[in-house]
Design a binder for this molecule. Sequence first.
Ligand code: ADP
Ligand code: ZN
Length: 601
Amino acid sequence: MTETPLTILERVFGYHSFRGHQQAIIETLWHGNDALVLMPTGGGKSLCYQIPALLHSGTGVVISPLIALMQDQVDALHELGVRAGFLNSSLGREDIIATEQALLHGQLDLLYIAPERLTQQRTLSLLKQIPLALFAIDEAHCVSQWGHDFRSEYLQLGLLHEQFPDVPRIALTATADMRTREEIARRLQLTDAAHFVSSFDRPNIQYRITQKSNARQQLLRFLRAEHPGDAGIVYCLSRNKVDTTAEWLQQQGFNALPYHAGLPAAQRRDHQQRFLREDGVIMVATIAFGMGIDKPDVRFVAHLDLPKSIEGYYQETGRAGRDGEPATAWLVYGVEDVIKLRQMLEGSAGSEDHKRSERQKLDAMLGLCEIVSCRRHALLTYFGEASDAQCGNCDACLHPARTWDASDAVRKALSCVYRTGQRFGVNHLIDVLRGSDNEKVRQFGHQHLSTYGIGSDLPTAGWRSVFRQLVARGLLRVDVDGYGALHLTEACRPILRGEEAVHLREDVKEAAERSRSKRHQPALPEEDRPLWEALRKLRKTLADEHGVPPYVIFNDRTLTEMVERRPLKENELLSVTGVGETKLERFGDAFLEVIREFEYG
Ligand code: ADP
Ligand code: ZN
């Protein structure tokens, strides 16, 4: 039989159709041309170079900076029956020689290699002796000096074009912006490459942004109601908060582990390994965790602190749902978070230029939090992509928030800031507005101010919402050093003079939100649970035997289909997504046996 991209997709990977641009990209390389691919996380980039490498008799060389992932990637290919190997600094001399020999004898379909090793003379002369299918440059944005993942070794990859002019090249990245794309094309000398730009939308991720009232309880309710037993990531800003949150989640009965740069390397490795290998682990982490985490079945990403930019938010939430199954991006924030981030930014050491750009990024992030229209639409618009005004899968679309004419309340709040001398933080200002009788109020004689008690009609939470939105919109500025004292800005003038109305977001009441936000995942019917659990258990046993993460055996989609379709024969199992030839041979009997047991009792 002559192989085509589709027959390989079916036979090796067990998938039945291509996604998005995959087929066009594969054909471009197959015909010997170059490609530049922008696809979001989870879009299915790997198949774009794996399939052309399998179609070609020579070896496909994959360049990646993520050395820690190579072993897993190669293991996963072995489970599919693909001949793959890797070369990087983690290998001992003997392993390197063995891999080089396999390469020379035409025994590798795919070779993963770190950029610094590729550009060594020894490697280049080795590669010149064998037929090559292609070069795939993964994480190609690492060539950009402006990005945060810059790797100087990537700059040398232009030599591939000079030294291997006839070997097709494909560069891939999940970084969306235009400037990076142009830089990749230029620096990697991909002048004639066909560009494939996918939508950066992640439709299976539900975006939810909520006001903080009691963050821990909110998180707990979210996890219990929507993600019991699921794997996920909880991001916190500080190491200390990571530690305490992880401990608290453990006490609540969750399998939670901390991860941050302050932990010993061995412990970090151990926790990462458990996150990958065990089912349902919650990783509580700083943003140090994530780069190069290839786990496809992360079902939620929860932020207990605000990300500093939309880029960061998109990247962090993007770690959820790589497998395309429903996932949730959940964030809570309050006025303190806004104040803290503003303070950190203004107090940082950077140049004025740098601060200005950081400020713009934070403003955009706060804007995303405060809008009442579709979050996804705002997110995609930020990345320059057109989209529907309503996505139907974010909190704004599911439970629209209202706005209210807050002009009066805002004037009261601003006057109170002014009357108290622009020296106080949110809590005291609210005490004065609400006419609280406490020591601090009396100490400063604030009970005599004209603004004392003029805001007793609004509850404390209402005032916190007002102040949060005023800081977010730049109507109030935060003191850099000190205790978060608020100052008026120029932008307040027309409002104070009564020339401009202010409409603010009416925060959705937590209880209301809770009752309306139902689990969006089509949970398995109760009667299917036992089979699902039995299959999951078998998957874990096989994974441990093979020393790979469970999803490498079969992913959740595949298991769900097995439960739904209950295949009893080999050919029925083969038609389940994710079951290819090799996996059928290796695992088919074991899974069929479990299913038969449930069917026939
Ligand atoms: P990326 O590298 O773009 O983040 P991956 O290559 O890891 O994405 O693919 C994400 C997931 O989607 C993987 O589990 C992969 O097996 C699966 N996948 C990719 N292409 C297809 C397809 N055509 N049909 C079904 N599943 C696919
Ligand atoms: Zn929406």
